[in-house]
Design a protein around this ligand. Structure first.
Ligand code: PLP
Length: 451
């Protein structure tokens, strides 16, 4: 069987070359046309792109001073309040238009904190998206709750709101939509369903820093939002995460939980400790993050301009369908995905299409696969804890329901995605991507025969 790339391999492979970024123009220059006679690199023709691509992560020499200041202060621990972590929390909340932000050790710990804060407990069920990084499954399983999958809408790659209600049971406690690849979920219908059934909404915005839905930022649309600042992310600090929201009491509860259960602000619990753990961020991470906020804003603008340019041209190529975004929303493109229709490429299999683009000097990958069949569920639900908490019948019914995820299967089978750092390259490099796809399309018959 073909081995799927893990997300981290996927991102690492993208960090090829170190082409300097040059000034970009937002004016749409015509993309280079491919004549059918242009020989694909896979069949011995010249590469569409011979330079490198921007590497990731990027760092600036001027960041060093703030890191050194933390080192020399001896104040490396955020427990006492203040310092670089608090500075980042204030700046990130302001950027998002959120009432508050709690920095955490990672996106995973932000999600666990939020699920606990919203009352998700052992034996509960959480409806989430199957099309996500595996951490989304794992955080629910960690709390000994059952992930139940809504289907993925092949047009948007995000949770199909129409598939949620039929999955609600008396044990459902929360909905966990994922703004995957920085594509905003259609949050209005999701929030309406949650309200009707009295469910919490926790946004997995771990790939969606500054993504917008109807004029508001992802991470501020549900009860709590969760972000990751892991190395591959658009604002990275090696590891790191955040919980954002607009309800002070929820944020205080989250703060208490992530800080060993210490009574915090409006949440005094039983007066001292409640259940909690240590998911605190360090000031070194805070110092890295504070300094990257302006860069995030600038990079997001460039990624959006290049993504719009790709969409305008790639959508004209038979067999390539860019994603549809909800009305009034803006993606931030942690990956730039399209759906690939092999029929329109004379039956050229998706992996052969990807290989042909690699030969052209264009890195890309197939995205997430049907991870729920990998054994993670069998392993988790065979545990003593899960057996105590759920009936055999319920676990089997949930397992069987994965077969019904037709939209998600289609997305897993047909997505081809380009990496976020490529979107930071000059506009002429976007033309190389478009040219390469056109060349492969024009020669798909010969390429399909050569597989
Ligand atoms: C969608 C999604 N959810 C959760 C996570 C977990 O974040 P972290 O790796 O920071 O723990 C990530 C990123 O890694 C992610 O991409």
């Amino acid at each position: 069987m073909r081995r799927q790339l893990t997300r981290r391999e996927f991102v690492r492979n993208a960090a090829v070359g170190s082409a300097a970024l040059s000034a970009m123009s937002s004016v749409g220059a015509p993309a280079v046309m491919a004549a059918p006679s242009d020989k694909p690199a896979r069949l011995g023709g010249p590469k569409a792109h011979t330079g490198g691509w921007p590497g990731w992560p990027e760092w600036r020499q001027e960041w060093e001073g703030e890191i050194l200041k933390v080192l020399r202060s001896g104040n490396w621990y955020r427990g006492g309040g203040g310092g670089k972590v608090a500075e980042f929390e204030a700046a990130y909340a302001k950027l998002l238009g959120a009432k508050g932000c709690l920095a955490t050790a990672s996106g995973t710990t932000a999600l666990i904190t939020s699920l606990h804060t919203m009352g998700v407990d052992a034996g509960d069920e959480v409806i989430t998206s199957p099309y996500t990084f595996i951490a989304t499954y794992n955080v629910i399983l960690m709390l000994k709750a059952l992930p139940v999958f809504a289907d993925t809408d092949p047009a948007t790659l995000t949770m199909d709101p129409a598939s949620i209600e039929s999955r609600i049971t008396e044990r459902t406690r929360a909905i966990l939509p994922v703004h995957i690849y920085g594509l905003p979920c259609d949050m209005d219908p999701i929030n309406a369903i949650a309200k009707k059934h009295n469910l919490a909404v926790i946004e997995d915005a771990c790939q969606a820093w500054m993504a917008e839905y109807d004029g508001r930022m992802c991470g501020t649309l549900g009860d709590l939002g969760c972000f990751s600042f892991q190395n591959s992310k658009h604002i990275p600090s090696g590891e790191g995460g955040a919980v954002t929201g607009n309800d002070e009491n929820l944020l205080d509860r989250a703060n208490a939980f992530h800080n060993c259960g210490r009574a915090t602000g409006s949440f005094q619990g039983s007066g001292c400790f409640t259940r909690g753990t240590n998911f605190r961020m360090q000031h070194y991470q805070g110092a890295m993050l504070v300094q990257q906020i302006d860069k995030l804003v600038q990079d997001t603008k460039i990624r959006r301009e290049n993504a719009d340019y790709l969409t305008a041209h790639l959508k004209e190529i038979p067999g390539i369908t860019p994603v549809r975004l909800p009305a009034n929303s803006k993606a931030v493109w942690h990956l730039y995905p399209v759906r690939y229709d092999a029929q329109q490429f004379k039956g050229l299999p998706r992996q052969a299409f990807i290989n042909a683009l690699h030969a052209e000097g264009i890195p890309c990958g197939g995205g997430y696969h049907e991870q729920y069949f990998d054994g993670i569920f069998d392993e988790a639900t065979a545990s003593r804890g899960f057996k105590r908490l759920f009936s055999e019948q319920r676990l089997k019914a949930n397992r069987d329901s994965f077969q019904e995820l037709a939209g998600n299967r289609q997305v897993c089978d047909t997505t081809v995605a380009f990496y976020q750092s490529m979107l930071l390259a000059p506009r002429s490099d976007m033309d190389h991507i478009i040219h390469a796809v056109r060349k492969v399309q024009a020669n798909s018959e010969a390429l399909a025969k050569s597989v």
